[in-house]
Design a binder for this molecule. Structure first.
Ligand SMILES: Nc1ncnc2c1ncn2[C@@H]1O[C@H](COP(=O)(O)OP(=O)(O)O)[C@@H](O)[C@H]1O
Ligand SMILES: [Mg+2]
Length: 402
């Protein structure tokens, strides 16, 4: 399988969407390299916003060759010198012009004798060719000297509209059936990362050749589970309270659900009985607090609960457990979900009754529905009539019969 993100690489710089300013700055920098004071251009911004593709498409247009080194597998000074040092000086009369691209420098080690960054800075002084660097976070202290030697070019997170138009082109080329509203939904959830969005699109449409609303919903559900699972990893794997404290910051599960997830998964990680006892002590205190807070509405005490179930549980272990632990959703979470589904069915039926009988949904829930449900169970004729009258779905009819 050919990944769309490779297949649909922008060929010309005009194919790069939503980064006009950065693209122009970079063109300018490369065209006038000889007169630049700064010896490198440092492209920075979130992943999947077009940094690497911009360099390639501009090189394409200008007929330049790219000497590319992925910096994430180049850690120290020797490797930097070896891989790019040689290329920087040579310029034969007949060879094409070159761009030296050192992609993803975030992982380079700092200064010091063996430091890759220090080696890079020394090399820059000698380069006969434009050097382009990319980074997601160039604000790390270790880059301060490099920043002062570089032309800083910012790539912004892409707007959902921009991601949408990137996806739209792919859909057209691949003849993927889709609804614009669903495609917009897909574009919106990427947080401005075009690569992630393109990968999602490919995954969701691979088998059916079609983007459906259901598959998009399923994807959100899956991500949601990933988020809570990584929150659990943070709490159960770390012994650093700072790491643990923020674990639940971005999850959508409410406190009750967080407690259930922990309850289910603490014993999967904490196999030492003393750790386990301490962790459960924290959890049950959190549970007690939770109920009191609700009863007395002392909401400001909620932060103590968060501390208990994040840092508290993290620090309940003597030492970290090594290895991979598979966390699981709890059986009770499933039950809660079913209960919610059921009450949704009930509400949907009550809404239909309310509409037909011109009463409020509340009244329908309280008075008509229990009576109708009773009759529904007893009389076949009523069952058939009501199913037709209210246009009950199979699930709704099943619920009425229970
Ligand atoms: N601004 C953009 N315009 C068009 N396509 C983009 C853009 N940003 C990313 N892409 C698409 O996403 C993929 C990854 O982009 P890339 O340039 O590698 O991102 P980065 O280097 O910023 O992580 C490319 O295949 C490209 O098709
Ligand atoms: Mg890149």
């Amino acid at each position: 399988m050919h990944p769309y993100a490779k297949k649909f690489l922008p060929e010309k710089s005009s194919d790069i969407i939503g980064q006009d300013m950065a693209v122009n700055e970079l063109k300018d920098y490369i065209s006038n390299y000889k007169s630049q004071k700064k010896k490198a251009a440092l492209l920075f911004g979130p992943t999947g916003t077009g940094k690497t593709s911009s360099v390639h498409s501009i090189a394409n247009e200008m007929g330049l060759e790219i000497l590319e080194v992925n910096a994430s597998d180049t850690r120290n000074a020797e490797e930097i010198n070896q891989r790019i040092g040689a290329a920087m000086g040579q310029q034969s009369l007949f060879s094409k012009g070159k761009i030296i691209l050192l992609d993803e420098i975030d992982g380079l080690s700092g200064t010091g004798d063996r430091g890759g960054i220090q080696a890079l800075i020394s090399l820059l002084e000698k380069s006969a060719f434009p050097v382009v660097l990319t980074a997601t976070n160039p604000w790390d202290n270790k880059f301060s000297k490099l920043r002062s030697k570089s032309e800083m070019i910012a790539f912004n997170p892409l707007e959902a509209d921009d991601v949408f138009s990137i996806l739209k082109k792919i859909c057209a080329a691949e003849k993927i059936k889709h609804d614009d509203s669903v495609l917009k939904g897909l574009a919106r959830r990427s947080g401005g990362d075009a690569r992630a969005s393109i990968n999602d699109l490919q995954m969701l449409t691979m088998l059916s050749g079609e983007l459906t609303k259901e598959s998009l919903e399923e994807l959100s559900e899956r991500n949601r589970e990933e988020t809570i699972l990584s929150a659990l990893t943070r709490i159960l794997k770390t012994t650093d309270p700072k790491v643990a404290l923020a674990a639940f910051d971005n999850v959508r599960e409410n406190l009750d659900e967080q407690l259930l997830w922990l309850d289910e998964n603490i014993p999967r990680e904490y196999t030492n009985p003393e750790d386990l006892a301490r962790a459960y002590e924290k959890l049950s205190r959190a549970d007690v607090f939770n109920r009191r807070i609700r009863r007395w509405q002392h909401w400001r005490f909620l932060v103590y609960i968060n501390e208990l179930i994040t840092a508290g549980i993290a620090l309940s272990k003597d030492e970290k457990y090594r290895g991979f632990t598979e966390y699981k959703p709890t059986g009770r979470i499933l039950k809660l979900w079913w209960a919610k589904q059921k009450s949704m069915k009930k509400k949907a039926i009550a809404e239909k009754i309310a509409e037909r009988t011109h009463t409020s949904v509340k009244d329908a829930l309280k008075s008509s529905l229990p009576y109708m449900q009773h009759t529904f169970r007893k009389s076949k004729q009523f069952r058939e009539e009501l199913t037709k009258e209210l246009e009950l779905s199979r699930e709704e009819a099943e619920w009425m019969g229970k």
